[in-house]
Ligand binder design. Sequence first.
Ligand code: NAG
Ligand code: CU
Length: 527
Amino acid sequence: MEGKNFIRCLVFIFSVVLVMVFTIFNFPHPLPTSSDLLECATNSAWCTAKNRILRHPTAANLRHDHTADVPHHPLDPLTIQEINKVHKVIKSFFDKSVYSVHSLVLEDPDKEVVLKWKKGETLPPRKASVIARAAGKNYLLTVDVESGEIVEHDTSHISGFPLVTLEDMQKVMSAPLASAHFNRTIVERGVDPKDVACLPFSPGWFGKAEDGRRIVKLECFTTKDTTNFYMRPIEGIIVITDLDTNEVVEIIDKGKHIPIPKGTGTDYRLSAQNGPIIKLPNPISMEQPNGPNFVIEDDHLVKWANWEFHVKPDPRAGVMVSRARIRDPETGVLRNVMYQGFASELFVPYMDPEEAWYFKTYMDAGEYGFGLQALSLDPLNDCPRNAKYMDAIFAAADGTPYVRENMVCIFERYAGDAAWRHTESPITGQMIREARPKISLVVRMVASLANYDYIVDWEFHADGVIHVKVALTGIVIVKGTSYVNMNQVNENENLYGTLLSDNIIGVVHDHYINFYLDMDIDGEDNS
Ligand SMILES: *[C@@H]1O[C@H](CO)[C@@H](O)[C@H](O)[C@H]1NC(C)=O
Ligand SMILES: [Cu+2]
């Protein structure tokens, strides 16, 4: 590559590839109980399964003990010790009143401060940005980790609510069962309330009667005769619930004539497949006889080929890539490329105007936390053998830290392709043949947002390309219908989707993913 043209070769292709594949994955137990979620001391199926949601840093079976971790870089996420300190401050701030923490993350120092900072220098003051809720009020707090000083910001001009925590979801799922009306209508449809699973979909504001309340709509399924309850919706029932009090505000009870789709043939696990033979391929692995070409310094700084960047797990954004720089091959100087990049929001609107569907406009990052829903990766299946893993330290709703193991994997990818090659024609008399392998570096996480699994890759190439790929897999969310055949559908009728199987419609919808990209190619004067 010509040195002078080097900068022109810094081409950034951000393409979002949405691949809808109905694939096979293991979800060990559909509904953990709240005690599993917080303690995991019991030997329930959820606790003994691979993917635990929360693990306390004291758990003896953690792969890495993070209790003594210290920050090395101004953008390093808060450590266990730092979160513990902030937790103490919040607890005394709220005194004895009940509160919930919806976000507790590092308040990033100003960009100029980060840009000026050099390794070995003392870190800028470590601060935590906290979003909490108590007595029906939102709090936006900044806590100085060292001094414990707490600043409460005025939130009176801000509308809306903080994200729904895992604990909120856990708690609200059983709310409908407290309603006799709900039980009655469920039983009338031939469903035993014991088999019901209700999930909180699309929090939001749905009308004046709910003004000022943190409202979510629950949609319910039956888990009877299937692991894949998503295929067995109890269509038309929407339970409007207050997330703060767990109180059922209203039950929309329509669609009584719509049968619940059958459970047979819905198990997505490989072990349940029959008919055409589907089997997992033999294991494949890539050799790196001389070891990997990258290092992760001080837990978060990745150095590979000519690239250097900072990676951190974030409860809302999933993975944050910061201070991405590339070494100029002529001068050896590290040149700025991107100050920070992350998935800022996912937006999934369904396009069915019916009562039980119109509000399904998920904003997965802001409503549920793209990172909070990124569970532990399955080594060798989610990432290749040569991958290294990064754990996340997040704060639970009570403000205490927990460890999400193996949330991010980093690996070199080599598909056997050449990056550049040339063989000189023998007629010139020059015996030259040179081929350089094409290797890239991938930073990956997988967020499981209820039915969907988003695989997000930040792929770095030695020619300066950063390629962001999003793949979508998991299960489609469906709508119950009385139709079993398109012959029954009046030609003027709009199904707002496709009849996929007996009594099942796949509703038309989109997936939008927005990225925050602060590009700093050779300086901040970028647009
Ligand atoms: C509804 O059914 C569930 C499960 O059988 C039960 O635990 C609950 O008490 C019932 N609720 C009411 C209000 O009867
Ligand atoms: Cu979809």
